[in-house]
Design a protein around this ligand. Structure first.
Ligand SMILES: [Zn+2]
Length: 157
């Protein structure tokens, strides 16, 4: 993806990510299993239509654009940027302490493909729209949760 000079300068502040005591885990379906388990091989797997070659998420049995059923999961780079986010400050989940960032990440391959996840390893107050992030995976039982952290070089270590 081409980078432009007018994008906002990041002022993201690094913080150490501490794995929480608990996570609420998804129940994969036939169409979402690849997304939740691709991290086992270090890959973020997103559905792609082999007819119109567009990516879409979450996965489904047919392409919502061209109706082709020739669809399936394929690996993406795992890079993207924050399209929108919120900072949760309520202790909704025992063992999963706030504050934490819930973000929509637009994937580098196709900006209208967006993944909802946490952005970690960065002070929540310093997250901004446009922040460049990269995926990593956190294993819980048979699930490899795709989480995102600032991309290499975005934060001065
Ligand atoms: Zn299609």
């Amino acid at each position: 993806m081409e980078q432009t000079d007018d994008r906002p300068q990041s002022s993201a502040v690094a913080v150490e990510y501490v794995r929480p005591e608990v996570r609420l885990l998804p129940t994969p379906t036939a169409e979402t299993e690849a997304f939740w388990t691709g991290g086992r091989d270090g890959r973020l797997l997103i559905y792609r239509c082999r007819s119109c070659e567009r990516w879409f998420h979450p996965g489904s049995a047919a392409c919502f654009r061209c109706r082709s059923i020739d669809v399936g999961p394929e690996p993406v780079s795992g890079r993207g940027r924050v399209a929108a986010f919120t900072i949760n400050r309520q202790p909704w989940i025992p063992g999963f302490p706030p504050p934490y960032v819930v973000a929509m990440i637009e994937l580098a391959e196709q900006p209208d493909v967006r993944v909802v996840s946490n952005v970690v390893g960065v002070a929540p107050e310093s997250v901004s729209v446009g922040l460049e992030v990269e995926v990593f995976f956190e294993q819980w039982e048979d699930i490899w949760l795709p989480l995102f952290r600032p991309a290499a070089g975005v934060i001065d270590e």
